[in-house]
Design a protein around this ligand. Structure first.
Ligand code: FPP
Length: 253
């Protein structure tokens, strides 16, 4: 049975952008004597519920770790099962995403993604471009270190070509060359399944993110669990390097 959902605190400004490291699909399945892919399927269904809950609770962007640049090391049948599942879940829930005016973005190296997944993702990215209510960012074949290296390459090329002076290589210049350019930084990162690490997910963008770790396996992470994470976030005091005394009264709870 799921935990009763606390309402977010009345004075709570919801996080604008949440990042989720959805972990524990395999262990969820193993605990139930099911194949790993069944855990992934249940996990994919959960994502749809969590997107709905985010929209209902005033969150405007969600980035989910769908497939990391390191996940290629998994057994071949799991990798191909994951991509088939990704394509299926997009097709199965597309009308719902359209109805809720969800814009789709992808970060990661799409060149490595099989065409039967890449093509529909590109189509939906194009058709949902003007949706402003909510943005779903799928991190696919994504790794923060790879993203940083690509940004460094782009900076080096601009410097070498004389388009950018070396002393102008500051954080805005780096940020503009990340795959997340134009996106707000995540305010809250959630990782499920009792693991306490970031696993190469949005490392630079998470510099000031609040992090919530929960022991719940991702296939059990429902709307109530999201509300618990939001309630935990609401208790955090975000100081961004300042002292408590410097914060405006609206930031103190
Ligand atoms: C974590 O569980 C989950 C993943 C590694 C990936 C889940 C991704 C999908 C279901 C969709 C993929 C979509 C596309 C388009 C590829 P885990 O397997 O690490 O769980 P464990 O740590 O318990 O083994």
């Amino acid at each position: 049975m799921s935990t009763p959902a606390p309402s977010p605190a009345a004075n709570h400004v919801p996080p604008r952008h949440i990042g989720i490291i959805r972990d524990g699909n395999g262990r969820w399945a193993a605990a139930k004597g099911l194949p790993r892919l069944e855990g992934h399927r249940r996990g994919a269904e959960r994502l749809i519920e969590v997107i709905d809950a985010c929209i209902d609770d005033g969150v405007s962007m969600l980035t989910v770790f769908a497939f990391s640049a390191e996940n290629w090391k998994r057994p071949l049948d799991e990798v191909s099962g994951l991509f088939k599942l990704g394509e299926w879940i997009l097709r199965a829930h597309l009308s719902r995403l359209e109805k809720r005016k969800v814009r789709l973005r992808v970060i990661g190296d799409m060149t490595g993604v099989p065409e039967f997944v890449r093509r529909p993702l590109e189509d939906v990215m194009k058709s949902s471009r003007d949706n402003t209510a909510f943005t779903l960012v799928v991190a696919l074949n994504y790794g923060a270190r790879q993203e940083m290296a690509a940004a460094a390459q782009a900076l080096a090329a601009d410097v070498a070509a004389g388009r950018l002076a070396p002393e102008k290589v500051d954080w805005p210049a780096v940020e503009a060359r990340l795959q997340t350019a134009g996106m707000p930084d995540p305010d809250l990162i959630i990782r499920t399944s009792g693991e306490f690490r970031l696993s190469n997910f949005l490392l630079l963008q998470s510099a000031y993110a609040e992090i919530v770790f929960t022991s719940v396996f991702w296939p059990d992470f429902d709307k109530a669990q999201l509300r618990l994470a939001l309630a935990e976030y609401a208790k955090r005091e975000r100081r961004f390097g300042q002292t408590r005394e410097q914060l405006p009264p609206s930031a103190l709870r």
